[in-house]
Design a protein around this ligand. Structure first.
Ligand code: ADP
Ligand code: MG
Length: 459
């Protein structure tokens, strides 16, 4: 029978094979797996957090076990043991391959509270962040980072459309670290970072600026897309990033689109954004919208019936900020009139909000309608799931046009089509290819764009 030592060697060899198959980068990210001990058919492996364990299970457990079998000729299962780096106390857990419903562990703040951090909103905590399918991964990763800053995933890059909870999640990390450690945290928008930088240059105070940002423990920068085109600020951030990263200090960014879509950003800096863990936030589905509203109602003095909650959730599907706006309106009404809010009142008070979603742009809705009309399709088909060629092509065209004539990011465009940003990117690429092959396509696109602009003017 094989001894422990043999198993330790098998494990080492397995990791070598994996490293050569997966490459340095993937290996260093996901195979931080330390051999602990072995029994006849089991190997005990230490992982740094439950989040890490879940990811490894999902992505690699079968793969690793196959490699082990190749080397040992036996069916050996892996049992993960969580060994958090902070308190050292290991928690033994049997590895169960399919436990999708397992909830992330609750984070309980310590009893004695530190004074609130001046740059962090006290409301933006994990306790107040409702998790659903749309943000589960991002939220678990954020909690893992908060527990183990600088070590778990660095940098952490959160992206997604407006009002989907990027700032909240980033500041929740900040608040948790602030409460549980003594380190220095700076939380700032990319815009303010830029302003401070420009002022520091003007007033000849660059050493002060550098000192301020390079000797801290956690740096949170919100809305990093603001740095597009600001080449000097980018350069400064690049050096700040390197100093913090090398010292294993946690860095978190938020952005309205994936890093790969940031155009006027220095490639060196962009590659830093992509180095750690990049996660996206999607709009919440109906159930999650209901859960968010219920949570938010608790903070007000009013009560809302389940019917009212589901009425709002059904009609306000854009993002969480709009859900909050709907609730604020009902609270204001109830304050003024002193009456509880029933279904009729809610319907009446929110009818404007239900009828026309906020517009900052040519609406994607109009693009979908005009393109659908042009191809004699119902616009529900353009947004729908059907994949027949007579629908796929107009849908790709609509996505391409949306990308051309609006400021929406591919993530946001994807949201209007019930798809993710990679689908939009793929569509744009397909249309570009078709344009090369078919010279008349461009003029069709121009005609459509004119029709869309006309329709928008009348809207
Ligand atoms: P973003 O930065 O992505 O534009 P924010 O973080 O500012 O969005 O979120 C907008 C509002 O919605 C905030 O008040 C935030 O608290 C709330 N919010 C967003 N996502 C959630 C969530 N999952 N649970 C609870 N509140 C949320
Ligand atoms: Mg924000």
């Amino acid at each position: 029978m094989a001894e422990w030592n043999d198993y330790a060697l098998f494990w080492k060899e397995t990791l070598n094979i994996i490293k050569s198959e997966k490459g340095e980068q993937e290996f260093s990210m996901w195979f931080n797996l330390e051999f602990l001990k072995a029994a006849e058919k089991e190997i005990f492996i230490a992982v740094p957090s439950s989040f890490y364990r879940d990811q490894v299970r999902q992505r690699y457990q079968n793969y690793i076990e196959t490699k082990l079998k190749g080397l040992t000729g036996r069916d050996i299962s892996i049992i993960f043991e969580i060994k958090p780096r902070e308190n050292g106390e290991a928690v033994l857990e049997r590895s169960v391959k399919s436990d999708p419903g397992e909830a992330a562990p609750e984070i309980t703040p310590k009893k004695e509270k530190r004074t609130a951090h001046a740059q962090l909103s006290k409301d933006y905590t994990f306790e107040r962040y409702v998790t659903g399918d749309n943000n589960n991964f991002a939220s678990n990763a954020a909690q893992a980072i908060a527990r183990n800053p600088g070590n778990a995933y660095n940098p952490f890059f959160i992206y997604g459309g407006v009002g989907l909870g990027k700032t909240h999640l980033m500041q929740a990390i900040g608040n948790y670290i602030h409460e549980n450690s003594k380190g220095k945290i700076i939380s700032i928008t990319a815009e303010n970072f830029t302003n401070e930088f420009v002022l520091a240059i003007k007033e000849d105070r660059m050493p002060v600026f550098k000192n301020k940002y390079r000797f801290i423990d956690t740096l949170l920068i919100d809305d990093i897309h603001f740095l597009e085109n600001k080449w000097e600020t980018q350069e400064e951030l690049f050096h700040t990033f390197n100093a913090l990263y090398d010292a294993k200090k946690q860095i978190v960014f938020t952005c309205d689109r994936p890093a790969s879509e940031l155009k006027k950003i220095n490639t060196r800096l962009r590659s830093r954004f992509e180095r750690g863990l990049n996660v996206d936030l999607q709009p919440p589905n109906f159930e999650t919208r209901c859960a968010i509203l219920k949570k938010k109602v608790e903070d007000t003095h009013i009560t809302l019936s389940d019917e009212v909650i589901s009425l709002i959730s059904k009609n306000v599907s854009t993002n969480v900020r709009d859900l909050e706006a709907a609730l604020t309106k009902l609270v204001a009404y109830s304050n003024l009139v002193g009456k509880p809010v029933n279904l009729d009142i809610a319907q009446q008070q929110l009818k404007d909000m239900f009828a026309s979603p906020r517009q900052t742009n040519i609406s994607i809705d109009i693009i979908q309608r005009v393109v659908a009309d042009y191809f004699s399709l119902p616009s529900s088909d353009i947004k729908g799931k059907k994949r027949t060629q007579n629908i796929v092509f107009p849908r790709q065209l609509a996505m391409h046009i949306a990308r051309e004539i609006t400021e929406f990011s591919t993530t946001e465009i994807g949201q209007y089509f019930g798809r993710d940003h990679t689908t939009v990117m793929h569509a744009c690429q397909k249309i570009e290819e078709k344009k090369q092959a078919d010279p008349t396509l461009d003029s069709t696109i121009q005609t459509l764009i004119r029709m869309i602009k006309d329709a928008n003017a009348k809207y």
